[in-house]
Ligand binder design. Sequence first.
Ligand code: FAD
Length: 377
Amino acid sequence: MLMKYDYLIVGAGLFGATFAYLARKRGKRCLVIDKRSHAGGNIYCENVEGINVHKYGAHIFHTSDKEVWDFVNSIVPFNRYTNCPVAQAPDGKLHNLPFNMNTFYQMWGVKTPAEAQAKLDEQRRDAVERMKEEGITEPRNLEEQALTLIGCDIYEQLIKGYTEKQWGRKCTELPAFIIRRLPVRMTFDNNYFNDSYQGIPIGGYNRLIDGLLDGVEVKLDTDFFADRARWESIADKIVFTGKIDEFYGYRFGKLEYRTVRFETETLDEPNHQGNAVVNYTAADVPYTRIIEHKHFETFGAAVYDNPHTVISREYSTEWTDGMEPFYPVNDERNQAVYEQYRTLASLESSVIFGGRLAEYKYYDMAPIIAQALNHFK
Ligand code: FAD
């Protein structure tokens, strides 16, 4: 029987859309379905008062992979946004991130790399000695690990409260391996990423998705599982980017996630916090970050052209059914469950599993694109 499509692509997120684009370029007939009422998956933006609001959390594209950068820029040019988050700490001060000479100056008043290094060494030494006095020779948890890596001041002001909110657990109850390294920069450089390229698509992420799906047949509000037999009979191959445990009817159990709840507000002021990302590192502030969306796409005096602004407070939350599955919890139990699904998936000859939900793995956007590009090499 001649199938109507070469590929049925389940999910119009970044993986599904990139796959569809590349397949179409090669003359393949594709149908993309998505259960949401919009394409784009988690990079989708909603326009509020002329501002692109990152509905599923702030997204900053960054990569050192030139092929990926050239590819996305061939679909839509990217702007010069550079992520330079600041942290509002329990001491009431703002500190630059990632930890760099600006942070050390704000924390201790040190002005040269040598002074900063001496202070860091002293802080680490003090922490290790205090632990030794208590008979601790190896860090037993995240708190002890962080203290030995960076010392007390930065841990207390910039790591402890934030990490506890993120994980919903005390740092003393979290395993040490979560923080393997805490890189410090001995330069006055607030650029969060070390990558060669970063930015936001000019006009917003929807332009990227629209460009990828241009000329591709897309059906929204369409859940694969609502009519599985029909969708399985319509194409030679299925590209599945949904949850792998759902694909197999949860037969080995449900995979767990952490998620983020957003409280989004439109304000009658042009510039609320002067930066796209402000972290709140104090334990008594319930949210982890405030995102001010206009700063991803407007710079300098142009910020004042729009009298409104939109902010989102982010609350890190335990995931339950019906919530957006954002971050896989790759602990031993979940990983063991996932391995069983993966074994089944490896036996499929007409299903391609791709993207973050099907692989139960956190991926940034650039690796997702690279994955789709590699598929066609
Ligand atoms: P998704 O975007 O989740 O797309 C999957 C699609 O499949 C969804 O549209 C879903 O509705 C659809 N679907 C699922 N099941 C079905 C079904 N049964 N039937 C039909 N459709 C279905 N990356 C960065 O590079 N920089 C960042 O700053 C960044 N920030 C992030 C912040 C947050 C809060 C999160 C969660 C992720 C962030 N990411 C970031 C990662 C980025 O979101 C992912 O790399 C990317 O969205 C993955 O694309 P995907 O297609 O795999 O998944």
